[in-house]
Design a protein around this ligand. Structure first.
Ligand SMILES: [Fe+2]
Ligand SMILES: [Fe+2]
Length: 276
């Protein structure tokens, strides 16, 4: 299906500040760029947003993150999980809540997209930890979570456009998938630039479908491999047409062994049975 020119034009020129990030979660992310950030700063910032606090606690106590004891407060959770993991959960919890729409079709696709993004976040963190890349495990989580941010932007934008333009015919699954395939990388980069996200995440958004992968970029390598394999676990309902990486080209520089594969699969499929 061809993307109507009017829709293509509108997607590229309309204001970019649609809510694809929670401002508080972005502030938390900013804190993490400072190596001297105190865990209490993260606790205070999350605590300023009641809805975010509730979402973070719910997620921290869910199957993929919970320890033996339940966390009743953000401070408990931060002490148990550490500032970085806590911040990642804040980003993920806020991100989950943005995947909602009054349009049943858009809402349905958003839920699939959330499952995919969250599974990739968990998978990327697992791969980093199991292949000796501990230093980038938290960044790998965020890179996995945000690699398809362009798709969320497209869904928000199409929702917006459908209320202001006569594009009812456009809200069809096949057309949305075509827009994903053609535009989600470019629009993901625009969103990252607009919100001034660190370049490591922008690079992942920019090159996660590129034909050639620079294996020296370990975050990109991890995301590409996990993203591709998400299809094996039915966690990528809308793969990008012509998606590359089918020969697991990224596996060898990561030194994945059987244990790494199993851990990755367990981490990704855990996202199917809890917090949505
Ligand atoms: Fe993608
Ligand atoms: Fe993806």
């Amino acid at each position: 299906m061809t993307i109507p020119a009017r829709i293509r034009y509108t997607l590229y020129v309309q204001p970019i500040d649609l809510p694809v990030f929670n401002p508080v979660a972005l502030e938390v992310l900013g804190l993490l760029e400072d190596p001297y950030t105190d865990i209490l700063d993260v606790v205070r910032l999350i605590g300023e947003d009641q809805a975010l606090t509730a979402q973070v606690l719910r997620m921290a106590n869910s199957a993929s993150y919970a320890g033996r004891s339940r966390c009743e407060t953000i401070k408990n959770a931060a002490i148990r999980l550490g500032a970085r993991q806590m911040s990642n959960i804040a980003m993920a919890a806020s991100h989950a809540s943005l995947h909602a729409s009054d349009s049943p079709l858009v809402n349905d696709i958003m839920q699939d997209l959330w499952l995919h993004s969250h599974a990739c976040a968990l998978g990327c963190r697992s791969v980093a930890l199991s292949t000796g890349q501990h230093a980038v495990a938290d960044k790998a989580y965020l890179a996995g979570l945000l690699h398809d941010i362009g798709k969320l932007y497209i869904l928000k934008a199409m929702d917006h456009i459908s209320q202001t333009m006569d594009v009812k015919h456009a809200l069809e699954r096949s057309l949305l998938q075509e827009i994903f395939s053609e535009m989600h990388v470019d629009l993901g980069c625009r969103v990252m630039d607009h919100w001034n996200l660190p370049s490591v995440y922008r690079d992942v958004a920019a090159y996660h479908h590129a034909e050639q992968c620079d294996s020296r970029n370990i975050l990109l390598t991890i995301v590409r491999m996990v993203n591709f394999n998400s299809r094996n676990f039915h966690l990528n309902i809308y793969p990008t047409l012509g998606e590359t990486g089918g020969d697991h080209a990224e596996t060898s520089p990561l030194f994945m062994d059987d244990v790494s594969w199993t851990k990755m699969e367990d981490a990704m499929t855990a996202s199917l049975i809890h917090f949505t």
